[in-house]
Design a protein around this ligand. Structure first.
Ligand code: URA
Length: 261
């Protein structure tokens, strides 16, 4: 448990690495397979970060798609990313530093979907690079995954809502076709929705996260697991154990897909 990586994470205030007690994927190196003596993952220190969890409000008028937001249907990766970066379909383009298309392996088996870029992501152009992103990387490591290797990370919204306010319904409507195209291109084996907003948007339901967790849902024929948003977990430490259960369900679901019928 005292690897350089653990020390590094501790320095970041994220505590020891999460470890699955059994390697979830066959190609995890032996060194990563240390048994975890406790079933519940270690607690991390809270790092304040604005969290957005409300579903899009139906009361807000939805701006119609404009000529500046052509449909991404049929676009390949370079064209899709360019379309996202050039998008001016909703007012968020006026306040963003840059759009944040997504990051990772374009043949990813796992797709993790968050809500929208925050301040750090808006500056760096990559999803989940702030404190919540560090916890997400830690969560990925816990199940033998790594950003960029068989993993793609995207958000429902590609542009930061000013002040990290909740996404609005019109913004989601403008942006969702980009996520749909990302899923079509990736054809991931499994999707993990991070937080209530991503879960509600992908599943088209206004259900609570408590009622959505612990089940295998489907998004366009792809299994989808719901878990807490990492930023929420940074503020609600006891729920980290539940997020660990969700990740274990995700690994179990992914493994089951590999088993012969
Ligand atoms: N929160 C998100 O939902 N996505 C990010 O990329 C960063 C923080």
């Amino acid at each position: 448990m005292n690897s350089r990586h653990d020390v590094y994470l501790k320095e970041m205030g994220l505590g020891p690495r999460w470890r699955l007690r059994r390697a979830p994927l066959e190609d995890i190196p032996e060194v990563e397979r240390e048994p975890d003596p406790v079933a519940v993952p270690p607690v991390v220190e809270a790092v304040p970060e604005p969290v957005r969890f409300s579903p899009p409000s139906a009361a807000i008028p939805i701006p119609p798609p404009t000529l500046e937001s052509p449909s991404p249907a049929g676009l390949d990766w370079p064209a899709l990313n360019a379309a996202i970066r050039a998008c001016r379909a909703c007012p968020l383009h006026k306040t963003r530093t840059q759009a944040v298309p997504g990051v990772g392996d374009m043949q990813a088996e796992w797709l993790f979907v968050g809500e929208a870029p925050g301040a750090d992501e808006d500056v760096q152009g990559e999803p989940f690079v702030g404190q919540a992103g560090k916890l997400l990387d830690n969560m990925l490591a816990g199940i033998g995954l790594k950003r960029g290797e068989k993993v793609y990370i995207a958000n429902v919204l590609k542009c930061r809502p000013p002040g990290n306010r909740n996404p609005e319904a019109g913004e989601v409507q403008c942006c969702e076709p980009f996520l749909v195209r990302q899923v079509e291109l990736l054809q991931p084996k499994l999707i993990v929705a991070l937080g209530k907003f991503a879960a509600q948007t992908l599943l088209g339901q206004e259900a609570t996260i408590a009622s959505l967790r612990g089940k295998v849902h489907q998004y366009r024929g792809i299994p989808l697991i719901v878990t807490y948003h990492p930023a929420y977990l940074l503020r609600n430490l006891p729920d980290k154990a539940k997020a660990w259960q969700d990740l274990c369900l995700a690994v179990k679901t992914r493994r089951a897909l590999e088993e012969p019928a």
